[in-house]
Design a protein around this ligand. Structure first.
Ligand code: ADP
Ligand code: ZN
Ligand code: MG
Length: 483
């Protein structure tokens, strides 16, 4: 098989401006009354004129710079013409041959490969989003369609990669890396399910004999990482089989169908010609001065990669932990808030990446809504460090904290689960375990070192995990040596 898979991605990133790209309507449209965030401009009424939102350009430049792109000084907006009811003007204001940015790259590292790779960015251009169609069904067929223009005119940055991606895994890593960056930049919330980041994937199989690129298909309608991965894997297999059987891949757009787990034919590919692009006469050319670029460049915040390096250096975390903590910005923020007042960093990372993420995931709660705050978590960890409770008991306490929001100290006190550190308290139990397990004791005496661990386990069971295993071990040795 090898690397004969060729993938290029086109990603639409919704920019987090307060208002739309060409009018003053609010962009805060999610879950709002349909058509409540509209005006003559974004409804495309005759006589209305677009005015470019400077903040959208700032965000676009910022993102393009983070993707190592060259910013074009002279920008032109074009009309991309097509008829579809979600597009009120029957054209979309976009960019064509003079996009905002070109020739960038994004460095990615997959879990399997030791080396990182650069995926080249062909271009990044600005455009407006379209409205949304809602199809009503009767007897399994569309009976009528409604249109909601709240999304019409939301600013988008479309990022187009070169066909450099070699597997579905790399595609996912690319998207995760990109999502992480736009979140750190504060230009997009990166929510695939809600569609604030949308990805179309182009895919083909390279001819193994002559190395030539094959005919590509374009996949649409994937709104989660899982869907993207499944769609790509399905399509790779479909194309490979087709070629093996002597068939030909046709250039077409295919839709991912979640319910059947297949990509299905949508339409044959349209050409740029079909869109009759021409310069938008209602907007001036956009000139981006060097000083404008520099002012943005000087304000690029810390990005995930730099933060990862800093976590490894300042907190002495291993690469894996640092990488996972920084990928989602609020998770890294959570760690840093806790690390301000707590310096057993590795233990902190373990608890965040282990217990905390596990419980949050089960309940589908975002880290910034965690019922256990950073302060509450370090309170628990300090109880372990001081030997008040065992790590095992701490896990039970953690669960209670998560459920009730109560503090570790209070829950420990209530449950009476402080660790036994006083020798007399365990002596009786040791006595009982030694008497009840003569055979195991004999095994130990006759040289089977491992047998003693069974005895330690028994003591831990009777104390409900409240004894310190190290102390139990030495007390048991002492006791048996006496006989
Ligand atoms: P089109 O002219 O069909 O729009 P482009 O050359 O503009 O094609 O590329 C669109 C997207 O398709 C880009 O992301 C690009 O990387 C990708 N792409 C181009 N050729 C291939 C190919 N043979 N296989 C996979 N992806 C491709
Ligand atoms: Zn509007
Ligand atoms: Mg193209």
């Amino acid at each position: 098989m090898g690397n004969d898979t060729v993938i290029g991605l086109e990603i639409h990133v919704q920019l987090l401006t307060k208002t739309k790209i060409f009018c003053n309507c609010s962009t805060d449209y999610f879950d709002q009354e349909p058509n409540s965030h509209t005006c003559p401009v974004c409804l495309g009424l005759p006589g209305s004129l677009p005015v470019l939102n400077k903040k959208a350009v700032d965000f676009a430049i910022l993102t393009a710079l983070a993707l190592n792109c060259h910013i074009n000084e002279s920008n032109i907006f074009h009309r991309k013409n097509y008829f579809y009811p979600d597009l009120p003007k029957a054209y979309q204001i976009s960019q064509f041959d003079r996009p905002l940015a070109e020739n960038g790259f994004l460095e990615i590292r997959t879990e399997k490969s030791a080396e990182s790779r650069n995926i080249r960015i062909n271009r990044a251009h600005m455009e407006e989003d379209a409205g949304k169609l809602i199809h009503l069904e009767r007897d399994g067929k569309t009976s009528s369609s409604l249109v909601d223009y709240n999304r019409s005119g939301i600013p988008l940055l479309e990022i187009v990669t070169e066909p450099d991606i070699q597997s579905s895994e790399e595609a996912i890593v690319f998207l995760q890396t990109l999502r992480s960056i736009v979140q750190y930049l504060g230009v997009c919330d990166g929510n695939l399910e809600r569609g604030s980041m949308r990805c179309d994937a182009n895919i083909s199989i390279r001819n193994k004999e002559n190395g030539e690129l094959g005919t590509k298909t374009e996949l649409k309608n994937m709104n989660s990482f899982r869907a993207i991965r499944q769609a790509l894997d399905f399509e790779i297999t479909r194309q490979r089989r087709l070629i093996e059987q002597g068939g030909k891949v046709l250039q077409e757009t295919r839709r991912w169908d979640e319910s059947s787990g297949k990509t299905v034919f949508m339409r044959s590919k349209e050409e740029a010609l079909d869109y009759r692009y021409f310069p938008e006469p209602d907007l001036l050319p956009l000139f981006i001065s060097q000083s404008w670029i520099e002012s943005i460049e000087n304000n690029i915040p810390e990005l995930p990669d730099e933060r990862k390096e800093r976590f490894m250096k300042d907190y002495k975390l291993p690469h894996y932990d640092a990488n996972r903590l920084v990928e989602v910005k609020p998770l890294g923020d959570y760690f840093e808030r806790a690390a301000k007042n707590y310096n057993n960093y590795k233990q902190l990372a373990n608890w965040i990446l282990g217990e905390l993420l596990c419980y949050l995931g089960q309940e589908n709660i975002d880290i910034d809504k965690s019922p256990i705050t950073p302060v509450a978590l370090i309170e628990l960890l300090e109880l372990i460090d001081r030997g008040v409770i065992s790590g095992k008991i701490a896990k039970n306490i953690f669960e209670e904290m998560f459920k009730t929001g109560q503090s570790a100290a209070l829950l420990v006190e209530k449950s009476g689960s402080t660790q036994i550190s006083n020798k007399e308290e365990i002596d009786d139990i040791i006595e009982k375990v030694v008497r009840d397990n003569c055979e195991t004791v004999q095994d130990y005496i006759s040289g089977k070192e491992k047998a003693i661990h069974f005895l330690v386990g028994q003591v831990m069971r009777y104390t409900k995990g409240r004894a310190q295993p190290d102390m139990v071990l030495s007390l048991l040795r002492e006791r048996i040596d006496k006989t």
